[in-house]
Write a protein that binds this ligand. Structure first.
Ligand SMILES: [Zn+2]
Length: 332
């Protein structure tokens, strides 16, 4: 793995989180793996005679929902390719063999050289594909924040066990780890992509990648798009902090928000809906969990409020966890 400086000191970007951006004219440059591309050049008003940064594009791969047996499913997972003229950066690496291969094919098809894979957080579905992608694209740097790398080091064995129980040998298991970034930026040709540590999402630490010239934020699981959110690993205090993390994404003024989990057919270019729904889902779940006496009461309430949301398996898990946590607090 690559050696990097300052591996044990997390950096912070809080000051940047509060800086709201105004919207700009132009069409969002995002496409999914089937749709046609859009393209938009960065505004160039500077007086220095340097060559303009490359116009960037996004390409989003969305995995299918994978069956887990018993009618349960694993929710569709995104990987996002940020394309320069000749090079590309990938955000999140999938975990099921066929999806890793599909992402590799997307990279091949782009005609760009993959320089970097950025991992948003330490859940298996976002990083277990790294070994296979490094084998396919030798020399690529796999990076994450120091906090995310520490989380992976501490939790990798458990992730392997959990995933094996769910997926058997359909999922890849990496032996390598991401390298800790020593600064909160990833370079893509003339542009700096900004790594932002937002803190809490379905787990902490969670990070997002801001692409300023596209007004795009690749959020990992800080946002969900039309999919039941994983609230079963945390409790009310963390849920409140998760809402603050969504606020931090909103403060960047994005025109494009790529969620870590997305229902097929939904766009990434509806930031208000994606951000508002992610927050309201947390609030509604917390309200349902506060008064429900059984998991099924929470499930019914959430399905009534979010009838189109995909992957109800996650909702069942979260509802059971919430009631279990409540019962654990009741004395004797
Ligand atoms: Zn995830």
């Amino acid at each position: 793995m690559l050696g990097r400086r300052r591996p044990h000191h997390a950096f912070r970007e809080h000051s940047r989180l509060r800086r709201a951006r105004s919207g700009r004219a132009g069409q969002p440059a995002v496409r999914d793996s089937q749709a046609g591309a859009g393209r938009r050049a960065r505004g160039a008003c500077g007086s220095r005679s340097v060559s303009a940064p490359a116009p960037l594009e996004l390409q989003v791969y969305l995995s299918p929902a994978h069956p887990l047996g018993g009618g349960r499913t694993f929710s569709p997972v995104t990987s996002t390719l940020i394309l320069g003229r000749e090079e590309a950066v990938l955000v999140d690496a999938q975990f099921v063999h066929e999806d890793i291969e599909a992402v590799a094919a997307m990279i091949d098809g782009s005609g760009r050289r993959l320089t970097t894979i950025f991992i948003t957080h330490g859940h298996a579905d976002h990083y277990f594909g790294i070994d296979r992608l490094v084998a396919r694209f030798p020399g690529v740097a796999v990076v994450a924040t120091p906090g995310v790398v520490e989380y992976i080091e501490a939790n990798h064995a458990r992730e392997v066990k959990t995933l094996a129980a769910m997926m058997g040998d359909r999922a890849a298991v990496p032996t390598s780890r991401p390298t800790p970034l020593d600064e909160p930026t990833i370079r893509l040709e003339g542009e700096e992509l900004r790594v932002i540590e937002v803190g809490q999402a379905d787990i902490a630490p969670s990070t997002v990648l801001h692409v300023p010239s596209l007004d795009a934020v690749i959020t990992g699981d800080v946002t969900y798009n039309g999919i039941h959110q994983m609230l079963g690993l945390t409790g009310p205090e963390q849920w409140r902090k998760w809402i603050e993390s969504v606020d931090a994404v909103e403060a960047l003024g994005p025109r494009i928000v790529v969620a870590g989990h997305k229902r097929p057919g939904l766009g990434d270019d509806e930031p208000a809906r994606i951000l508002d729904e992610t927050r309201s889902y947390i609030r509604d779940f917390a309200a349902a969990a506060a008064c429900a006496t059984s998991p099924s009461e929470i499930v019914e309430a959430m399905i009534a409020s979010y009838p189109e949301h995909g992957n109800v398996t996650t909702l069942h898990f979260s509802a059971q966890a919430a009631i279990k946590a409540r019962l654990a607090q009741v004395p004797g």
